[in-house]
Design a protein around this ligand. Structure first.
Ligand SMILES: Nc1ncnc2c1ncn2[C@@H]1O[C@H](COP(=O)(O)OP(=O)(O)O)[C@@H](O)[C@H]1O
Ligand SMILES: [Mg+2]
Length: 368
């Protein structure tokens, strides 16, 4: 039985909304290589910028791949035997048979025009190499863009070493106005500004800011109160803290038909996630986030089964659902469900999503 994708869509690349510094030459070189080679691997030391570059390049070439660009993030995959299953899951394949995941993936990709981005292969080099070879052999129109510390060593691979961003010579520092021309300096200044904005916040504001980073998109006050309240944040204090974060331009307020929603710029959100991990309460916050949206979906379900003109606006968080539940005013942005569940379970787990466009559909999918 052929594997089915539940909701056809042309890829799963996250929106590339964070500011991106420099790398014009590397982007051009990588784009050129992706158009020529079946496998391109970006190599270099950790933190040099391989992942960001790969995502940038993937965005730039996405229209060249009729069946989409698919990102498979491998940093957290500990068990190499689950590599193919993880790819299948990222491709949102549903297969009820007991066939090996590699067969499911290669069969699905056999006739498709896809760019697979295997990100952070460093700890799984041999397995990624075997997987990539199998895909390249069986799927003539699939290309692979990999990132890692070293090449995969597979047939058809081209390696592009990613150098550090250029820095000024410390022995001969250029004049101050010339410093801004260095990409590394611009990146450093950007990070310093984010640090500075963090220093300007009170303790509870920092907590709300870090906890709000679990929302991948916009959220409303009810959701952030549930997710960010408690443990150092005074009960009922969240709305006021949210408003002061808006005043400090850390959160942005949007009005949707009179209902306020909030969001964080992606760079600030990334920083918030780092702070959340450092604070040690990431698991608890993500569980509250999961529970909030699981509840919302449970309450939403009866509405979805009753055709109603308010359904679309309800789902987008702008209309109360009337008799269908107690005023849910947010929609899920991510549906993560716990600290890195074992990928085997992820493959077996189902995920429900609520959007303004379709009925909730359940699909094999990893938590976001
Ligand atoms: N060109 C860039 N512009 C802006 N930020 C960057 C750039 N390159 C890297 N970064 C940031 O530096 C950090 C490390 O980059 P990453 O791509 O994860 O490195 P690697 O994959 O080589 O370990 C990330 O926070 C990333 O957002
Ligand atoms: Mg990386």
């Amino acid at each position: 039985m052929a594997a089915l994708r539940v909701q056809p869509r042309p890829g799963n690349l996250p929106a590339d909304t964070t500011s991106f510094v420099g790398r014009h030459q590397e982007i051009a070189a990588a784009k050129g290589l992706v158009s020529q080679a079946r496998v391109v691997t970006l190599t270099g030391p950790g933190g040099v910028g391989k992942t960001r570059l790969a995502l940038r390049v993937a965005h730039a070439v996405r229209r060249d791949f009729r069946d989409g660009v698919w990102l498979v993030e491998l940093a957290e995959l500990g068990d190499p035997s689950l590599l193919a299953a993880t790819v299948a899951e990222r491709l949102e394949l549903r297969d009820q048979s007991f066939r090996a995941p590699i067969d499911i993936v290669t069969e699905y990709l056999a006739e498709r025009e896809v760019l697979l981005v295997l990100d952070n292969c460093e700890h799984l080099v041999d397995d990624c190499a075997r997987f990539t070879s199998a895909v390249v052999r069986a799927c003539p129109r699939v290309r692979v863009l990999a990132t890692g510390r070293q090449s995969l060593g597979v047939y058809g691979e081209t390696v592009l070493p990613v150098p550090p961003l250029p820095t000024p010579d410390p022995d001969r520092p250029p004049p101050a106005d010339a410093l801004a021309r260095y990409d590394s300096v611009r990146l450093f200044v950007e990070r310093a500004l984010i640090d500075w904005s963090h220093d300007l916040c009170s303790g509870p504001e920092r907590l709300v800011r870090a906890r709000a980073s679990v929302f991948a998109g916009s959220f409303d006050l009810a959701a952030v109160e549930h997710v960010a309240g408690g443990d150092g944040v005074p009960p009922h204090g969240v709305p006021e803290l949210v408003h002061s974060l808006v005043d400090k331009s850390i959160l942005q307020r949007e009005d949707h038909d009179g209902a306020a929603r909030y969001r964080m710029l992606e760079t600030l959100r990334e920083y918030g996630e780092e702070q959340l991990t450092a604070a040690g309460d990431e698991g608890a916050v993500r569980r509250r986030h999961r529970d909030w949206y699981r509840d919302l979906i449970t309450r939403a379900w009866p509405c979805w089964t009753i055709a109603s003109p308010g359904r679309t606006s309800w789902a987008s968080g702008t209309t109360a659902p009337g008799r269908c539940g107690p005023s849910p005013t947010s929609r899920p942005t991510t549906t993560w469900s716990g600290p890195s569940p074992p990928p085997g379970r992820r493959w077996a787990s189902t995920r429900c999503s609520v959007t303004g466009r379709a009925r909730p559909s359940c699909s094999k999918h990893s938590p976001g």
